[in-house]
Design a protein around this ligand. Structure first.
Ligand SMILES: [Zn+2]
Length: 164
């Protein structure tokens, strides 16, 4: 697939509950988050391939899941594959279309959803958005932040749409 597929998970399904539990526990009771949707993200094939090759070529690096909060500017509560927008202010759709881009040579994220929450905004449909990402070879920076210097080290897996 040359474009991404995004699929809202059925509330109550095993996958939904697994992601929901992880998000809720990592919000650590700091915000009263109400989840509107959990969206499975399957990235364009060339991006997925680059990630798999990078992972394979670096077998000594750990692959772990982290949270990445970012800005949104479209109707993300009802996001699906045909609604991925091209608004340059919508970082959520930008990441889904083209993958992560380095910013000052790195991408930052956190194992703590409550910390990543600080990087989200309230978008046009009053919702916030946070990715769950797989990262190969993340390194600790300070506080609650980790970073990586290779875009292909990162693979978005889920998008959580919520308000708080
Ligand atoms: Zn968008």
């Amino acid at each position: 697939m040359t474009t991404a597929t995004v699929t809202p998970l059925q509330p109550g399904s095993n996958e939904y509950v697994t992601v929901q539990s992880k998000f809720t526990s990592k919000m650590a009771g700091k915000y009263n988050a109400q989840i509107h949707s959990i969206i499975k993200v399957e990235m364009p094939k060339h991006i997925t391939n680059n990630h798999e090759v990078y992972k394979k070529n670096n077998p000594s690096l750990r692959c772990d899941q982290y949270f990445h909060g970012t800005k949104n500017a479209c109707a993300i509560r009802n996001l699906n594959s045909s609604r991925i927008c091209k608004n340059t202010f919508c970082c959520v759709c930008g990441i889904i279309r083209t993958g992560f881009k380095l910013n000052n040579s790195h991408v930052w994220f956190s194992p703590d959803a409550w910390y990543s929450h600080g990087y989200t905004n309230v978008g046009t449909d009053s919702s916030r958005a946070m990715f769950i990402i797989d990262v190969v070879g993340a390194s600790y920076t300070s506080g609650y932040e980790y970073k990586v210097a290779r875009a292909e080290a990162i693979m978005p897996r889920y998008l959580i749409v919520y308000s708080s």
